[in-house]
Structure formats: structure tokens, C-alpha cells
Design a protein around this ligand. Structure first.
Ligand code: HEC
Length: 125
């Protein structure tokens, strides 16, 4: 199943039709305050201070905006953080060859922080 998810993520450039198994994953249980620290340390360089994306002169997408957050499940965000996107500067964040070796619980914290940026309430879909 993990391979299916990776293949799925790689086959979609931008916002995908959400794959069932990814969206069926549990909602994030992270701690946004801790996630903020990781976000500042790792993600801001490419996604902007509050995840504004390209508009802020960075290479990454607007992951802190509701236009993105409204459309994606926690599972989608989780798998993207873990596995990255092939052929882009978004590399995975788990395992020794990741951009940073985040533990699963730390990835959950980052998701919680992202949700707090968008202040979204439609987490479970
Ligand atoms: C080295 C630059 C870089 C870093 C660091 C980085 N990203 Fe990315 N990220 C990107 C790029 C570039 C994309 C767009 C990939 C694409 O074209 O599909 C992306 C895409 C994403 C997406 C998918 C967005 C979408 O529109 O589908 C998510 C979610 C994401 N990043 C989360 C994170 C998080 C969380 C962190 C910090 C833990 C992080 N990224 C750190 C460069 C980066």
C-alpha cells in the first residue's frame, strides 16, 4: 500500500483527485506549537514564513493558504511530507536520505501547525 501511495503522489503534479487510501488515513493528532518550530526551521526556506508560497519569492507552493488546505486531507499532507515529490525540490522528510529525518510524531506536529495557519475545520473528510 505504501508503494501505491508513493506512485500516486508522483503521478500528480499539483492538486490531485484525492486517492481513497490516502484520504482514509487518520486525521492528524499533532501539537501545532511544536510543529511551528519544525516549520520555521525546515519549511519556511522554501514555502515562506506562513506558507505563502511563490508570492513570497520562494520555490515552494502555498501550503499555508486555505486554497490548498481546504482541498487536501491530512493523509495527503502526511504522505507528501514523508515521501516528497519526485523531480522537485520537495524531497521526503523521513528516513536517512530525507531532507530532514522527521519522526512520524514530528510530521503530525507539522500538519497540526499547517492546519492552524489555514484555520481550517474540515479536517476529517
Ligand atoms: C528545498 C525546498 C523545500 C523544502 C525545505 C520544503 N518543501 Fe515542500 N515543496 C517544495 C516544492 C518545490 C513543492 C512543489 C512540488 C511540486 O511541484 O509538486 C513542495 C510541495 C509541498 C507540498 C505539496 C503542496 C501541493 O500543492 O500539493 C506539501 C504539503 C509540502 N511541500 C510540505 C512541506 C513541509 C511541511 C515542509 C517542511 C517540513 C516542506 N514542504 C519543506 C519545496 C520544499
Amino acid at each position: 500500500m505504501a508503494l501505491t501511495i508513493v506512485a500516486y503522489l508522483r503521478s500528480h503534479g499539483k492538486l490531485p483527485n484525492r486517492a481513497k487510501e490516502v484520504d482514509a488515513e487518520p486525521v492528524s493528532f499533532g501539537d501545532a506549537r511544536k510543529g511551528k518550530l519544525w516549520f520555521k526551521e525546515i519549511c519556511v526556506a522554501c514555502h515562506g514564513d506562513k506558507g505563502e508560497g511563490y508570492g513570497a519569492g520562494v520555490v515552494g507552493t502555498a501550503i499555508g493558504k486555505s486554497g490548498f488546505l481546504n482541498k487536501v486531507s491530512d493523509g495527503f499532507i502526511r504522505e507528501t511530507i514523508k515521501h516528497g515529490r519526485s523531480n522537485t525540490r520537495m524531497r521526503g522528510f523521513s528516513g536517512a536520505d530525507g531532507l530532514a529525518n522527521l519522526r512520524d510524531s514530528e510530521i503530525e506536529d507539522v500538519i497540526a501547525y499547517l492546519r492552524s495557519l489555514g484555520d481550517q475545520h474540515n479536517r476529517a473528510r
